[in-house]
Design a protein around this ligand. Structure first.
Ligand SMILES: Cc1cc2nc3c(=O)[nH]c(=O)nc-3n(C[C@H](O)[C@H](O)[C@H](O)COP(=O)(O)OP(=O)(O)OC[C@H]3O[C@@H](n4cnc5c(N)ncnc54)[C@H](O)[C@@H]3O)c2cc1C
Length: 392
């Protein structure tokens, strides 16, 4: 091969198509101009503004990879990742609302629901209905398949009774993908997924948690008291809900990786801006090598986290195995988010510790990355299993 001939090689991970660049820049502008001014008050109130959620719908952010025939944007998974990352730079609460809707709920419906369910529900998800993904319970977190919520067959319905805990978006949601067991003796093989409308009799949203971080994102209990759910709302096969849960969470983890990588970039951006203008000893603090080294290390870690997230998302879109990479990117990006936000607080000195600057909130928000959608230990379990056993 002559030196002048070009090999056909895959492009760099961070190289975006024109369409992706336009999409990224529109989400970036929306996050900065529309969400930015509201972040502090929403964090203090612990409530995400309804008008901003309506803007998510208008911008097409709530059904990114839902086909146009069902009222979605006809996009793909990587675009959801770009949107989550951009939103998280400004507000990780905004990012998780879009994340749960796209990477968990819509994703599960697109892959496992019937044509009838798609026609009934997908158009609402792109228009005005927020969705939740309800797996965890008080007694089953990391051990998710130890869930106790029970579904009992009753003619054309199931009657579901139990409690779900920690459910993101639950306060705003109109639809819930909820996991219950039809046979507790069958272990994980009894787990079944149900589509539940908020108005179904016997269903109620309970207590809303008061949290350390992502305070504007609602996290609530769900109460099911003999809730009647039509059999037509079973998602996938009865007894195969565990597969839906495992596979959607594998993808969802890339979304949390994107949230954490975006959060870290946001914190770094604030640290850079402050270092350029803050003067001590007659110089800007960015002129001190100690501060420069801090900023440089932060940038290295954020870049590494972003590359891992993009790679996992691109693998998923290419139909290649991605389970290990998804767990790795979530595990690493959540560490990077916590470290970067912590260092950003220090670069800002005293003001970094106050609510007058955004880094204090990003530091609080970073903690959740190591907890939800599988704690850091659970990611390590997954990574080790994949290395020591079969890769899927
Ligand atoms: C803000 C927030 C939002 C959430 N949103 C949702 C949602 O939308 N839907 C949903 O279904 N759930 C949601 N969750 C629940 C979340 O996924 C669980 O909290 C998480 O999986 C951990 O479960 P746990 O809280 O029961 O902790 P536990 O499982 O009790 O874990 C406690 C500690 O033990 C460790 N541990 C447990 N098992 C092992 C093991 N085998 N090996 C090593 N260490 C282990 C864990 O790593 C952790 O450090 C949310 C939680 C929060 C806080």
């Amino acid at each position: 091969m002559l030196a002048t001939e070009k090999r056909a090689t895959p492009g760099p991970l961070t190289q975006l198509t024109e369409e992706e660049k336009m999409f990224q820049s529109s989400v970036r502008q929306f996050a900065r101009d529309r969400i930015g001014p509201q972040v502090r008050s929403m964090d203090e109130a612990g409530v995400f503004r309804k008008d901003l959620i309506q803007e998510f719908f208008s911008l097409g952010l709530m059904a990114i990879d839902v086909p146009e025939q069902y009222g979605g944007q006809g996009g793909y998974f990587f675009q959801s990742i770009l949107a989550i990352e951009e939103l998280a730079k400004v507000d990780p609460s905004a990012a998780v609302i879009v994340d749960v809707q796209n990477t968990l709920f819509n994703n599960a419906i697109l892959r496992w629901s019937t044509e009838d369910q798609k026609r009934r529900y997908l158009p609402r998800l792109g228009k005005d209905t927020v969705a939740s993904y309800a797996l965890s319970e008080a007694g089953s977190g990391s051990d998710a398949f130890a869930l106790a919520t029970r579904a009992v067959e009753d003619g054309g319905h199931y009657r579901i009774t139990g409690r779900k805990l920690w459910i993101t978006n639950a306060h705003e949601a109109g639809l819930y993908l909820l996991f219950a067991t039809v046979n507790p003796d069958a272990g994980y093989k009894g787990i079944t997924a149900f589509l539940i409308e908020r108005e179904f009799p016997g269903f109620a949203v309970g207590k809303k948690e008061d949290k350390l971080g992502i305070r504007a994102s609602s996290t609530c209990e769900l109460i099911l008291d003999d809730c009647r759910v039509p059999k037509a709302n079973v998602v996938g096969e009865v007894g195969k809900g565990y597969k839906i849960a495992i596979e959607t969470l594998n993808e969802g983890r890339i979304g949390i990786g994107a949230q954490m990588a975006g959060l870290a970039q946001g914190a770094l951006d604030h640290a850079l801006a402050y270092a350029r203008q803050r003067k001590q000893f007659g110089k800007t603090i960015s002129e001190f090598q100690g501060v420069q080294f801090d900023l440089a290390e932060m940038a290295v870690e954020v870049e590494a986290a972003r590359l891992m997230v993009y790679n996992a998302a691109r693998l998923r879109d290419a139909g290649l195995p991605f389970v290990t990479e998804a767990a790795m990117c979530k595990y690493f990006a959540s560490q990077v988010a916590e470290r970067t936000a912590s260092r950003a607080v220090e670069v800002l000195g005293g003001v970094g510790f106050t609510k007058d600057y955004p880094v204090e909130k990003l530091y609080r928000d970073s903690k959740i990355g190591r907890i939800y959608e599988g704690t850091s230990n659970i990611q390590r379990v997954t990574i080790a299993k994949q290395m020591l056993g079969n890769r899927s």
